[in-house]
Design a protein around this ligand. Structure first.
Ligand SMILES: Nc1ncnc2c1ncn2[C@@H]1O[C@H](COP(=O)(O)OP(=O)(O)OP(=O)(O)O)[C@@H](O)[C@H]1O
Ligand SMILES: [Mg+2]
Length: 362
């Protein structure tokens, strides 16, 4: 059984291709997050699934049924928009029930669904208020409530929390996780917030350049990025990428020489690495520690104190930018020259084509 099935979806606006052959299979009740830079087609794809936009090529199926040929109301999906719009002259109750009344559902069934959704979202006290009397976060929850009452097979949430302040975002995130547990439906959420994607989603779909770059569980996308784009886009601060060459010979794992002449032993199998061409070594900040006896030397350009740890942004002798970690109470200051100890066990290697090669599993 599959839930949503996208096959080779293509979409252009005039001469501009926005989606170029997007395919995705979702499991029943799966929660998927779309992550990608602005303009990468996330909203367009959601609107195509919802039926608010046509596709040029490809198919959309929901639980086996082809839906891209159906009108929006018959698809079994409900969408919460990036810029949600509530009817200002209607009460919260009327806003939430509007679609169901139009569909001719019996009154008591509508009331039951509205009360139940209001309970999940903790907006019961506001049911008789107008949107203008609510805070931004409460309005956002009404917009989510409007989707819940439709009891869709698939929720499409386009940055539903982006207008909320940090604390409210957290709370609404918890509510979404609870909704997800109760609802017999699949979810797609579009978000710019990686923590949100990592927390809520079973799988993350990374989009860029009109295509899906990688589909995987949150930690898989983080630990085994398919290519340079995913490696740089997922994770904050971004992964350091250093120009590198392969040191010939040696054992089964690749030994890498950096631009400043220093060498790093990785756990990336030599087999499968491109025979020639320039490589890049990928290092998360946690793999680079400030240490007096470190093999690499860097000049510090920025020190970011995060409390429990300190991030140190510097440049190696050959000018390459590198991000390192130090203790929370680090004494390092701007302009210092520091030693860096590079731990290659979790390092990544990217080939001339940008493809990622990772440490052998286990
Ligand atoms: N109706 C339209 N007519 C022409 N071009 C459009 C239309 N809608 C979207 N586009 C273009 O399609 C591309 C993808 O837009 P889309 O809104 O899907 O991006 P997004 O990934 O949702 O971005 P954001 O993160 O900023 O919301 C953009 O380059 C946009 O300018
Ligand atoms: Mg968008």
């Amino acid at each position: 059984m599959t839930s949503l099935e996208l096959s080779n979806v293509r979409k252009s606006y005039g001469q501009t291709a926005v989606l170029d052959g997007v395919s995705l299979n979702m499991e029943p009740k799966e929660f998927v997050a779309f992550l990608g830079p602005s303009g990468s087609g996330k909203s367009t794809l959601l609107r195509i699934i919802a039926g608010l936009e046509t596709l040029d090529e490809g198919e959309v199926r929901l639980e086996g049924r082809r839906i891209d040929t159906l009108p929006p109301g018959e698809r079994g999906v409900a969408m919460v928009f990036q810029h949600y719009a509530l009817y200002p002259h209607m009460s919260v109750r009327e806003n939430m029930s509007f679609g169901l009344r139009n569909a001719g559902m019996p009154r008591d069934e509508i009331e039951a669904r509205v009360v139940q959704a209001a309970g999940v979202l903790e907006i019961e006290p506001h049911l008789d208020k107008k949107p203008g009397q609510l805070s931004g976060g409460q309005r956002q929850r009404v917009a989510i409530g409007r989707a819940i009452v439709k009891q869709p097979r698939l929720f499409l949430l386009d940055e539903p929390l982006s207008n909320l302040d940090a604390a409210l975002r957290m709370r609404t995130r918890v509510e979404l996780a609870q909704l997800r547990r109760r609802a017999d439906a699949a979810f797609i959420i579009v978000t710019h917030d990686q923590a949100e994607a990592m927390t809520l989603a079973d799988r993350i779909v990374v989009m860029n350049d009109r295509r899906i770059q990688q589909i995987g569980a949150p930690m898989e996308v983080y630990s085994r990025p398919a290519n340079v784009f995913v490696a740089r886009f997922v994770g904050s601060p971004a992964m350091t990428l250093l120009p590198a060459t392969l040191v010939p010979g040696g054992d089964a794992f690749a030994r890498i020489r950096l631009g400043d002449g220093s060498e790093v032993d990785t756990r990336v199998p030599r087999d499968g690495l491109p025979a020639d061409g320039p490589l890049q070594l990928g290092l998360r900040p946690e793999s680079v520690r400030v240490a007096a006896d470190g093999t690499a030397q860097a000049e510090v350009e920025l020190v970011e104190r995060l409390g429990e740890r300190t991030l140190v942004y510097g440049r190696l002798a050959d000018g390459a930018a590198i991000t390192a970690e130090d203790e929370g109470n680090s004494r390092i200051r701007l302009g210092d020259k520091v030693g860096l100890r590079i731990d290659g066990t979790a390092a990544h290697i990217f080939g001339p084509d940008g493809a990622g090669h990772h440490a052998a599993a286990g």
